[in-house]
Design a protein around this ligand. Structure first.
Ligand code: 5RP
Length: 224
């Protein structure tokens, strides 16, 4: 199976996973990226079963609206019952690296509010130790050099993601060559650097369940 087929399989599995939990009051949080896009397309087939969605990026909001799926501002929604999103890496504790699509801050906000976080990914994303994928950090533009120097002190190799401006008007620094043995403390340390908006480690609030696409079928994994 190709990676795209595995992504389609997990998007379909996510729809099947959430469907029994839905009612006319349900607000579904929607992630960002190619896997989340396939989930949006699947959700369109049952859009009448939910109240609304909250999107983690302008791109996902646009895709939802094109399907005629209602999109609410998070403050207006007041809650997110269930959040479905992809990831760049997951370990077996379902701690994630996210932000390859530069949407990490809004993704983390939706995660913070969500009653349940369902992560969807193909099997290439499951790793023993996080950090092979470069860790994205969203940074206030004027703090870019300062934050980069601090990231070097933490042992990383920061690279400015040229030409990318986030939905919040900020820039992204990707931290290369940075194996993350202690995700909880690394998430906190990077967030404590002045000028950092947030970083792409989702360890303090990991996913609740991971639907993992494999050639043998979609596996349902819980934090270990
Ligand atoms: C966007 C993300 C995505 O979830 C992550 O990059 C995975 O993307 P894809 O589903 O395209 O592999 O965190 O900021």
């Amino acid at each position: 199976m190709t990676q795209d087929e595995l992504k389609q399989a997990v998007a379909d599995a996510a729809l099947a996973y959430i469907k029994p939990k839905l009612d006319a009051d349900t607000v579904v949080g929607i992630g960002t990226g190619s896997t989340a896009n396939l989930f949006i397309d699947a959700l369109a087939t049952i859009k009448g079963l939910i109240s609304a969605t909250v999107a983690s990026s302008d791109a996902s909001a646009l895709r939802l609206k094109r399907h005629g799926i209602p999109v609410l501002d998070l403050n207006a929604a007041g809650k997110v019952d269930i959040y479905v999103d992809g990831a760049d890496e997951s370990n077996h504790a379902l701690q994630l690296i996210k932000g390859g699509g530069a949407a990490l801050t809004r993704e983390k906000i939706v995660t913070a509010v969500a009653g349940e976080f369902v992560c969807i990914a193909d099997e290439s994303k499951l790793v023993r130790t996080l950090g092979n994928f470069p860790l994205p950090v969203e940074v206030i533009p004027m703090a870019r050099s300062h934050v980069a120097r601090e990231l070097v002190k933490l042992g990383g190799d920061p690279v400015y993601r040229e030409g990318v401006v986030t939905d919040n008007g900020n820039v992204i620094i990707d931290v290369y060559h940075f194996p993350i043995a202690q995700p909880l403390s690394v998430e906190e340390k990077i967030n404590n650097i002045t000028g950092v908006v947030t970083n792409g480690l989702f360890a303090l609030k990991p996913a609740d369940v991971l639907l993992l696409g494999t050639p043998a079928g979609v596996k349902t994994l819980y934090p270990q």
